[in-house]
Design a protein around this ligand. Structure first.
Ligand SMILES: [Zn+2]
Length: 450
């Protein structure tokens, strides 16, 4: 009673809330251990060097999942297991794009996940460049039989990604034969960005769709702006094969007093196929998994269960996150907090929280322990695609660990998403912050309020 009163009501004294005193020593140990070396970065490198890209349905992903199970067991995590879900298998195949007139020119491209193929000989047509859907509607009569290029400047991911996911459908509604999108990212070194797309319902024809680099979109725009008719030839072999078996990987530190109450940390283990899925989301997997490894290593067993889940198939299906919700529906409300890392760890990074004001106040108190890491300020908007389904069902507060957006979206879904862009100290810092935060949430006397 005394403890719970302390939790709920005692004000901060110079940023040192008294209710945190029992947790200070362990939190400090977690932070100093995590930041003493570059273990976490080395593990991201091992994962991404050994298994490479991990698109759903690939052998690479299957092998990486087996490695994660073995490695979690070797770390001493408890109840290490896989939980089966069926995932889509989209296969890119060979693909090419060329300007056939004016003078021949090869254009780097990445087909968008979910796209259909072109006929084997490709699709050759004149291009119509539009800046947005309004311009396409205005110039609808010109779109028929053409390849529509959406040359949409990047504002922010949430806004601009609408053209990647829906561009093919928009273009097909106006009679286009294929759709290209300017890659969704702030800057690039002529790097196309892939990503998921969908055709929606069956009322509109399906046309092949791909992303091109910002530089090529701008070049084609300039050419057509000078009144030149630009012809393109697009060839794609992209197709779906039947769904295949995949798995979420689960490992735990069982709670000493309230093992049925769960603090969930996670990431997605699949990636897109061009890079090695280092920032998206290998690093998110390792820094959340580290919370459990560090507790085990330091012999810290919190009162509640800490559960790590490496979700499968976030990128083109969310079957892992939805499968976890379905398989754990009965204990959804027992989830005390769910934290996901899926935005990289590029500095400046931060923790974010979404939940009730009472819970936020406690999380803000706990975050004072992260001052040595510079992560004491908790931002708004914590959440994640994979934890979303269980959190919605169980009305679970959510947190996110996020790095700098601009750096993340520069390499997002490109061949440039590799481990060498990630600073070892930033990985250690993320692991330290997540581990210290969830340790206190899992060990404090009263559950985080909903
Ligand atoms: Zn991701």
């Amino acid at each position: 009673m005394l403890l719970s009163l302390a939790c709920a009501a005692l004000p901060s004294a110079q940023g040192r809330p008294a209710w945190l005193d029992p947790f200070r020593a362990n939190a400090a140990k977690i932070i100093s251990t995590a930041t003493a070396d570059q273990f976490a970065w080395d593990r991201v490198a091992e994962l991404t060097d050994t298994y490479g890209q991990r698109i759903s349905g690939s052998d690479n992903l299957g092998r990486a999942i087996a490695w994660a199970v073995d490695t979690m067991k070797a770390d001493g995590l408890e109840n290490v297991r896989t939980e089966r879900v069926m995932v889509p298998k989209w296969v890119r195949g060979a693909e090419s794009l060329e300007i056939t007139n004016p003078p021949h020119h090869i254009v780097p491209l990445l087909g968008l996940g979910g796209s259909i193929a072109t006929p084997p000989a490709g699709i050759e047509a004149e291009v119509l460049v539009v800046a947005n859907s309004e311009e396409l509607t205005r110039r609808s009569a010109e779109a028929k039989g053409k390849i529509v290029l959406f040359n949409v400047p990047y504002t922010n991911y949430g806004e601009t990604v609408a053209y990647r996911s829906g561009g093919a459908r928009m273009a097909a509604q106006h009679g286009a034969v294929a759709a290209l999108v300017r890659s969704v990212g702030p800057v690039g070194l002529r790097t196309p960005h892939t990503g998921g797309m969908n055709y929606g319902d069956d009322t509109v024809a399906k046309i092949p769709t791909a992303a091109i680099a910002v530089e090529d979109a701008l070049r084609i725009q300039r050419l057509t702006g000078r009144g030149i008719k630009v012809r393109l030839r697009l060839k794609m072999e992209a197709h779906f094969e039947p769904d295949v078996e995949s798995f979420n990987v689960v490992g735990e530190i069982r709670g000493s007093e309230k093992p049925d109450e769960i603090v969930l940390v996670g990431c997605h283990f699949d990636s897109w196929d061009p890079g090695t899925g280092a920032s998206d989301d290998g690093v998110g997997c390792i820094v959340t998994w580290e919370a459990a490894r560090l507790m085990k290593k330091l012999n810290i067993r919190p009162k509640r269960t800490l559960r790590v889940v490496l979700f499968t198939n976030e990128e083109n299906g969310l079957r892992g996150g939805n499968g976890y919700r379905d398989q754990h529906a009965a204990e959804a409300a027992n989830h005390i907090l769910a934290l996901e890392s899926d935005s990289g760890v590029f500095a400046p990074s931060r923790l974010a929280f979404s939940g009730s004001a009472a819970a936020r106040a406690m999380v803000a108190d706990i975050a004072t322990l992260l001052a040595p890491l510079g992560l004491q300020d908790i931002g708004p908007g914590g959440g994640g695609a994979d934890i979303g389904p269980i959190a919605t069902l169980g009305k679970v507060p959510m947190m996110a660990y996020s790095g700098d957006d601009t750096k993340y979206f520069t390499i997002h879904h490109t061949p440039a998403d590799t481990v060498d862009r990630i600073a070892p100290a930033e990985v250690s810092k993320a692991a330290a912050a997540i581990a210290a935060m969830v340790y206190v949430v899992a060990d404090m006397p009263q559950a985080l309020p909903k």
